[in-house]
Design a protein around this ligand. Structure first.
Ligand SMILES: Nc1nc2c(ncn2[C@@H]2O[C@H](COP(=O)(O)OP(=O)(O)OP(=O)(O)O)[C@@H](O)[C@H]2O)c(=O)[nH]1
Ligand SMILES: [K+]
Ligand SMILES: [Mg+2]
Length: 373
């Protein structure tokens, strides 16, 4: 049996078990936990390039040189309008036609937003079963895995069904959308069995299921601490597998020129979505605004001591990597080494006249900073 067939078999078995569980059959909790862990292990074989079972091939020939401060990858079924959008946003040519699979490889372009160059990656269309190796899907998803934001581009005439299918393909490849890493810690130890502590009520997982997942991974001695509200067995599996990526996603609902205003109002109920028309260039400003806030970038203006900040060319940093040290390194390698202190202005500073800080000080968006060497 191939890995894909094995996965299918476990998925079928899980459907039966989930039905049994809703009928309050307690013994199935354990079995369900086991199945979820088994499934995750098989899926890992598909993702990992080193596996001998026909998996991998992550991004070969598809990866392009990364430029800019962040990247946005376009994922969607064929002919939803990815290339139309990317070409117009960036001014880079990417072939457009009504024929499916027009785009055959990654096409990069750049869009400047608030002074920050953002790399936009147009990608080939994917089809259902992409992460099982159908079409170029696996390479496409491997590129999406390395992006800072994913645009899931949908055709408004069939948005919801397609949305679920694409999410399934990305999740099967270890990508978690609009989600934070679960607050679960599994600390292996030498002896003492499994001890579970939870600071929140366990609503979607029970001790049997936790133990089943651990035993499937041959973890017989461990402290498990759950602080994640409504943690699931899948969250636990994600923590143990450890190779998940957590990426924000926006749902770009394209081709609104083809539907009525009333229908557009209904589309806004989809969380994290922006209805647009790439062809008629409708609502693109909102799309760019949403892109900017999803990327969560931090602009820092260099400010000479007695002059106003230079607003035209901010140093753009990523949230979580935006200390004064990061800021200095972005300007020049040597500055961080030589800096005695920096003066910062803006919302991270204690007072409006500027505050003296060290390399560890965390900057906020639109702060001004002046490194003193
Ligand atoms: N009505 C309408 N048609 C659009 C819109 N955007 C794109 N199209 C049309 O949809 C078709 C497919 O557009 P593409 O940009 O090639 O789509 P794609 O998603 O890049 O397709 P693949 O590369 O094949 O996956 C073309 O005929 C476009 O003119 C839109 O906003 N409204
Ligand atoms: K097309
Ligand atoms: Mg295309």
């Amino acid at each position: 049996m191939t890995t894909v067939q094995k996965i299918k078999e476990i998925e079928d078995e899980m459907v039966i078990k989930i039905e049994a569980k809703t009928q309050k059959n307690k013994a199935t909790s354990y079995h369900l936990g086991q199945l979820k862990a088994k499934l995750a292990k098989l899926r890992r074989e598909l993702i990992s390039p080193s596996s001998g079972s026909g998996g991998g091939g992550a991004g070969v020939g598809f990866d392009v040189a990364r430029t800019g401060v962040a990247s946005v990858g376009f994922v969607g079924f064929p002919s939803v309008g990815k290339s139309t959008l990317m070409s117009k946003l960036t001014g880079t040519h990417s072939e457009v036609s009504e024929i499916d699979f027009t785009t055959l490889t990654t096409v990069p372009g750049t869009l400047k937003v608030h002074g920050a160059p953002i790399q936009i990656l147009d990608l080939p269309g994917i089809i259902e079963g992409a992460n099982d190796g159908r079409g170029r899907g696996r390479q496409v998803i491997a590129v999406a895995r390395t992006c800072n934001l994913i645009f899931i581009v949908l055709d408004v005439l069939k948005p919801l069904g397609d949305k679920k299918l694409i999410e399934g393909e990305l999740e099967g490849f270890g990508i978690r959308l609009n989600k934070r890493p679960p607050a679960i810690i599994v600390r292996k130890k030498e002896r003492g069995g499994v001890a579970i502590t939870n600071t929140v009520p366990l609503t979607k997982i029970d001790h049997d299921e936790i133990k089943a997942v651990l035993s499937e991974y041959k973890i017989n001695n461990a402290d498990v601490a759950i602080r994640e509200p409504n943690a699931t067995a899948d969250d636990l599996v994600d923590v143990i597998e450890g190779n998940r990526v957590y990426i924000p996603a926006l749902y770009v609902l394209n081709k609104i020129d083809a539907i009525s205003i009333e229908e557009i109002d209904l589309l806004y109920k989809i969380p994290n979505s922006v209805p647009v028309s790439s062809k008629e260039w409708l609502n693109i400003d909102e799309l760019i605004d949403s892109m900017w806030s999803s990327l969560d970038l931090v602009r820092v203006y260099t400010k000479p001591r007695h002059a106003p900040p230079d607003y035209s060319a901010p140093v753009v940093l990523r949230r979580g990597r935006c200390t004064v040290g990061d800021f200095c390194s972005a300007i020049h390698k040597e500055i961080a080494k030589q800096m005695k202190y920096a003066v910062v202005w803006g919302s991270s500073a204690k007072h409006s006249r500027g505050q003296k800080v060290g390399l560890d000080h965390v900057l906020e968006d639109e702060d001004g900073a002046y490194p003193n060497v």
